[in-house]
Write a protein that binds this ligand. Sequence first.
Ligand code: SF4
Ligand code: SF4
Ligand code: SF4
Length: 182
Amino acid sequence: MKADATTKTVKEIKIDIEKCTGCRACEMACSAFHAKPRYSSVNPARSRIRVVTDEINDEYVPVRAGNFTRTECDGRHHYQLNGKQYSECSFCRASCPSRDFFIEPDSGLPLKCDMCEDAPPLAEPLCVTVCQPGCLTYEERQLETEADELVERQAMERGLASLVNQHGIDAVIDNLKRLSRG
Ligand code: SF4
Ligand code: SF4
Ligand code: SF4
């Protein structure tokens, strides 16, 4: 790492599915943490982590809520696990109109995992703390922002190259000049 490089902390929750017992303590803890007032109620429907459960095959997959999406996918795939078929939606992190997961039951607002970052700060996300079997573990790692910038620059260069291929260099330059004047 260069001495003058800026770093940012990337927070991750690792999920070891083999260790999940389906106890759903994570769901209860998450919903209690986000209740108003805090810890005043428990309702897994308000949890930002849900456990996809298949008791017959003894399989449990915790899924943390990700971004909101306005529309559902128009092409989905299916997973075949130990002879059982699962829709892509089963393990998807999106708050999506196709299902009830990650949608606040009273308000209909999307739910998203916030890593329990509300004040007062916790030593680690609450779902990790209550997960006694050790299925969930919390990790932090440092990422050089220069690496991010490089990825962004490469993406921009690919986009520009594509525009030049489609419209020609002169048209792209004309439009860039016009945009810079605006
Ligand atoms: S608390 Fe841990 S073991 Fe229990 S359901 Fe959640 S992830 Fe699985
Ligand atoms: S839940 Fe996920 S996979 Fe299913 S339609 Fe919505 S975005 Fe697509
Ligand atoms: S990190 Fe916090 S907000 Fe995210 S799923 Fe776990 S308990 Fe819920």
